[in-house]
Design a protein around this ligand. Structure first.
Ligand code: AMP
Ligand code: GLY
Length: 422
């Protein structure tokens, strides 16, 4: 069987790498992929205009693609999964309607309220004046969120009214997030510890993946600007059995049932970003996809077939699937380009000393091959990922791997995993 993975990040490298391990898989295409996927055996990068769904369809039909896995949110929100499924192509990823859980903060907040899913108190606005007036009646800090997709940058935590006014100015007046900022959600600031809960969902059936936690802030000790994620580890001790059950009962089940009653049952990875404080949990956001970088440490722990899991979900046979995880812990450390998450510097040549250890994997993200050289091409460039008998060992092996990679301006957080070790 041949598989097609859509996307170019670290998540997609991990999805393609894992898919290629199946004996039944002869080749995995990645559109467009990165230098890491270009260098793997059984993986081929593909230059294809994936915004033109008919081109993707033609390619899938010509190559008899048996499974398409859509990595990032944008093609899902644009309806790629609906389109390919309607053409009879087995596609893993939610419909455009279900992807609104990530595509619109207003949609998702209204959905949470409608289906009794715990979340921060909020109000939604599509007018600047009304949103400004609201600022007099709330407590600070507060959180201002652009409604639409903003590459992880559309959430602004404001310590006081002045900061909230600036946030609204940048969204409504300066149109910092373009169309994504045509409306906003202003919500209560939540305290606690964040965790990611990611599952494979098919209508009313769910297979939770191994638990994980990422580090969103750019700086050590979780300070500084938010990024897409500077590193992640699995399992996450904060999600103990009790919290796990609460997440399934209070968040995942009502979400799956709510989507079914809205006429848009879910298929794909469903990711709940949660704030946990003592025994209470609240949903910060949903993502309609696997997390990046959570995918990398999670898939390093997956012993069974990813392809079988995705196909079982598509074929509505999740109950027939048994998923096995290694008992080992994993840790992934992101190596980023100078300047990230703001304007960053690209096009630096990368040196990698041989990896060697079978318990480690260097996943590429923002890299490309130019004349057989690996060049940087994004903010997050690699995720150095490793397994260990405990988190501390996984962490130490991941940092050994980090030390084998160098390029000008490279930086990384030196404390990935500290929340799980403490
Ligand atoms: P989101 O895209 O909604 O998950 O927001 C991105 C990040 O902003 C989250 O991972 C949190 O770190 C932070 N955040 C979002 N909403 C809140 C909130 N209501 N209270 C505190 N922090 C938040
Ligand atoms: N690591 C956070 C995300 O994938 O959105």
């Amino acid at each position: 069987m041949q598989v097609l993975v859509i996307g170019s990040g670290g998540r997609e490298h991990a999805l393609a790498w894992k898919s290629a391990q199946d004996e039944s898989v002869t080749n995995v295409f990645v559109a467009p992929g990165n230098a890491g996927t270009a260098l793997e055996s059984k993986i081929t990068n593909l230059s294809l205009d994936t915004s033109d769904f008919s081109k993707v369809e033609s390619f899938c039909k010509e190559e008899h693609i048996g499974l398409v896995i859509i990595g990032p949110e944008q093609p899902l929100v644009d309806g790629m999964s609906d389109y390919l499924q309607s053409k009879g192509i087995k596609t893993f990823g939610p419909s455009k309607a279900a992807a609104q859980l990530e595509g619109s903060k207003t949609f998702s907040k209204d959905f949470f309220v409608k289906y009794g899913i715990p979340t921060a108190a909020y109000a939604a606005f599509d007018s600047y004046d009304a949103s400004i007036n609201y600022l007099d009646n709330i407590e600070y800090p507060t959180v201002v969120k652009a409604d639409g997709l903003a590459a992880g940058k559309g959430v602004l935590i404001c310590q006081n009214k002045n900061e909230a006014v600036s946030a609204l100015d940048s969204i409504f007046k300066d149109q910092a997030f373009g169309e994504a900022g045509s409306s906003v959600v202003i919500e209560e600031f939540l305290e606690g510890e964040e965790a990611s809960f990611i599952a494979v969902v098919s209508k009313d059936k769910i297979i939770p993946l191994a638990t994980s936690q990422d580090h969103k802030a750019v700086g050590e000790g979780d300070v500084g600007l938010n990024t897409g994620g500077m590193g992640a580890y699995s399992p996450a001790p904060i999600v103990d059995d009790h919290i796990h059950k609460k997440i399934i009962d209070e968040v995942m089940k009502p979400t799956m049932e709510g989507l079914i009653s809205e006429g848009s049952p879910y298929l794909g990875f469903l990711y709940a970003g949660l704030m946990i404080k003592n025994d209470e949990l609240k949903v910060l956001e949903f993502n309609c996809r696997f997390g990046d970088p959570e995918t990398q440490p999670i898939l390093l722990r997956l012993k069974s077939s990813l392809v079988d899991l995705c196909l079982a979900a598509i074929n509505e046979q999740l109950e027939s699937i048994h998923v096995e995880w290694t008992e080992q812990h994993s840790c992934g450390v992101v190596i980023a380009s100078e300047g990230y998450p703001e304007n960053y510097i690209s096009n630096k040549e990368v040196q990698i000393h041989p990896e060697g250890d079978q318990d480690t994997k260097l996943f590429h993200a923002g890299t490309k091959l130019v004349d057989h050289k690996i060049m940087t091409s994004g903010g997050r460039v690699f995720c150095a990922t490793a397994l260990g008998t405990n988190l501390k060992e996984a962490q130490s092996k991941a940092y050994n791997l980090v030390n084998k990679v160098s390029f000008e301006g490279a930086f990384y957080r030196k404390d990935i995993g500290f929340k799980g070790i403490k």
